[in-house]
Design a protein around this ligand. Structure first.
Ligand code: DGY
Length: 321
């Protein structure tokens, strides 16, 4: 008999085909809307595996409903949407999709850095709304990227991939990470500094640390006040790492110069959110890993790991310690 699984969203066909070959599949078939909580609670009742997304809150309540659950496979590298501690207590394995999205997310991080520094969205709107009357000396001037100091908070795979891109722009690269990565400093030409120094010295501060209780509001009023008035904050990790009220104040009062945000504490962000009213903020709808190839790979990897666990094999990427 095939194991039973629940998939919380319509996923790419390649991944779905694999899952349908090996498992009895129930799926929330919508593409744009997350599965409602009550539907999910019913859906997981008799399943062996759960294939979920970062938009699904997989907590104790859900796991308690799913008596046969053996594996939760998250189609994302971040897994803050899953209560991993409870999963471990209940003997449920949790898997994620690191590696395949590293370069694509680093590309987007750098694109957002460039768009924010050189005011690309504002400039495009300026042209399209007919405000462009003439070239003028200081019109839409931004911040230089080449030769500037970039500070990367969270120096995992994506942080290191951003550093490699920064090298091409002749940037001075600082990083802060919970554990220092001495072995790669020389190769990447990066300098480790305490967080306070990274904040004070960087022209671009890049947030790439995972989100956890420890990193909740890691960047707030005190940290933003330490940054240069000309500096730019880029967040492509999770919104909750930055205190959005404090960020708004810092941007409005000129404590920092701009921000590029791919993520928000509550997603989708409310259209009346104060940060969306500022012209020195570039906003994106959590598209860090959104290339066709990468999303297809993420979906496939999550499917493979789900099947591996259900067939009694070691998954490629186990999250539980
Ligand atoms: C992740 O994988 O955690 C990203 O936020 C989406 O790709």
């Amino acid at each position: 008999m095939k194991p039973k699984i629940y998939i919380t969203r319509k996923i790419p066909n390649e991944a779905l085909d694999l899952l349908e070959k090996e498992c009895e599949v129930k799926m929330w078939g919508e593409e744009e809307t997350p599965v409602p909580r009550d539907v999910l609670k019913k859906g997981v009742k008799d399943v062996d595996g759960l294939y979920c997304l970062l938009t699904d809150n997989i907590d104790k309540e859900i796991m308690d409903e799913a008596e046969n659950l053996k594996v939760i496979s998250n189609m994302a590298v971040g897994y803050n949407n899953i209560d991993v501690e409870t999963a471990s207590e209940q003997g449920i394995l949790v898997t994620n999709t690191p590696g395949v999205l590293t370069e694509t997310t680093a590309d987007l991080t750098f694109a957002l850095l460039m768009a924010t520094a050189r005011r690309l969205v504002e400039a495009s709107d300026y042209l399209r709304t007919g405000e462009w009357k003439s070239w003028s000396p200081m019109q839409l001037t931004g911040q230089d990227i080449h030769g500037a100091t970039i500070g990367i908070i969270g120096f995992g795979r994506i942080g290191q991939a951003v550093a490699r891109r920064a090298k091409g722009f002749n940037m001075n690269i600082l990083y802060y990470n919970r554990t220092r990565k001495t072995e790669i400093e020389k190769e990447l030409d990066v300098t480790y500094k305490e967080m306070e120094n990274v904040l004070k010295e960087s022209d671009f501060l890049i947030i790439l640390t995972p989100y956890s209780e420890e990193t909740h509001h890691l960047i707030g009023e005190d940290e933003l006040n330490m940054m240069k008035n000309s500096s730019i904050l880029i967040n492509t990790s999770r919104g909750g790492i930055v205190n959005e009220d404090d960020l708004f104040t810092a941007l409005q009062e000129g404590e920092i110069w701009g921000a590029g945000l791919d993520v928000f504490e509550k997603e989708p962000v409310d259209l009346n959110h104060r940060l969306l009213q500022l012209t020195n903020v570039v906003t994106l709808p959590h598209i860090g890993s959104a290339s066709i190839a990468t999303r297809t790979k993420m979906a496939g990897l999550a499917a493979k790991d789900l099947v591996k666990v259900l067939q009694g094999e070691e998954p490629y990427h186990l999250v539980n310690q």
